[in-house]
Write a protein that binds this ligand. Structure first.
Ligand SMILES: [Ca+2]
Ligand SMILES: [Ca+2]
Length: 271
């Protein structure tokens, strides 16, 4: 069965060259979808597989969109920029499927930034080896404006690092986060709190649902580090149900950042 997409990416190169409409980069497809009112889908030519290394900065998404990487596409920030940013919306709906985002670098959300007012579902997605100088090494869910919903299904958040809170995921004010299916947080690190996951705010909730959900090997590595696995503050709620597990996480000032890092990237910039 062939799936038809509104936009089909035909090159792994990163550019925006509207003069050549025969060739579509991921950036061009996103820009076109942003400009065209309503929800659209982006897929990749069946002949494509490999890594899109961003050379023009992060990919900005401004309205409802679905991107399907077919299980063979990686988008890398090359430790130079965040990979993807979903701007503040109003009940906008996003789906990322079968794609890897890796080696992002941002202030908040190295791999993926989710602005307020959005409903985002990641299915078969890997967020890997990304860095944040503030909060949310892998993913940052903003609490600015309306709250957002984030669902992780059959997804992996691996080897992300933040100098602040939430090595894998930062859930800001009002965020509604559910992790289900076969999903893992592994080897994420935070200098301050929540090696794997950090949540804050009275209406913020994180639910780990199902016996194939695992949060492990998190590190809170700074002198004030707390919550090697998960830190939830300011009245936020955490529910671990149906056999989900949190294990092997560590908070210790004696862990160096180097020890905490487990990414395949050999070197990191000074943050
Ligand atoms: Ca083009
Ligand atoms: Ca659109």
């Amino acid at each position: 069965m062939t799936t038809t997409f509104d936009y089909t990416v035909t090159t792994l190169d990163d550019f925006s060259d509207d003069s050549n409409s025969a060739t579509w980069s991921l950036r061009e497809a996103i820009e076109a979808a942003n400009a065209n009112g309503g929800a659209e889908t982006i897929g990749f030519d069946a002949a494509l597989n490999g890594t899109i290394t961003l050379t023009e900065g992060q990919l900005d998404i401004t309205e409802s969109l679905s991107i399907d990487g077919g299980g063979v596409i990686t988008v890398s920030g090359d430790v130079s920029s965040r990979v993807m940013r979903i701007l503040t919306g109003s009940d906008d709906v996003y789906a990322l499927n079968d794609i890897t985002l890796r080696d992002g670098l941002g202030a908040n959300g190295g791999g993926l930034y989710v602005g307020g007012g959005n409903d985002v579902t990641l299915t078969d997605v890997t967020i890997r080896g990304s860095l944040a100088s503030s909060d949310g090494g892998g993913i940052y869910v903003s609490g600015t404006g309306a709250s957002s919903k984030l669902t992780l299904t059959d997804s992996s958040i691996l080897e992300n690092v933040t100098q602040g809170r939430g090595g894998g995921l930062f859930a800001g004010l009002g965020a509604d986060v559910t992790v289900n299916g076969t999903s893992a947080f592994d080897y994420n690190s935070a200098q301050v709190q929540g090696g794997s996951i950090f949540g804050m705010g009275a209406t913020t909730s994180v639910v780990l649902d199902g016996n194939s959900v695992i949060v492990e090997d998190g590190r809170a590595y700074g002198a004030t580090g707390a919550g090697g696995g998960i830190a939830m503050i300011s009245g936020s709620s955490l529910e671990i149900r149906n056999g989900a597990s949190v294990q092997g996480n560590t908070a210790a000032a004696s862990i160096s950042m180097t020890q905490a890092l487990r990414s395949r990237k050999a070197t990191y910039p000074t943050m």
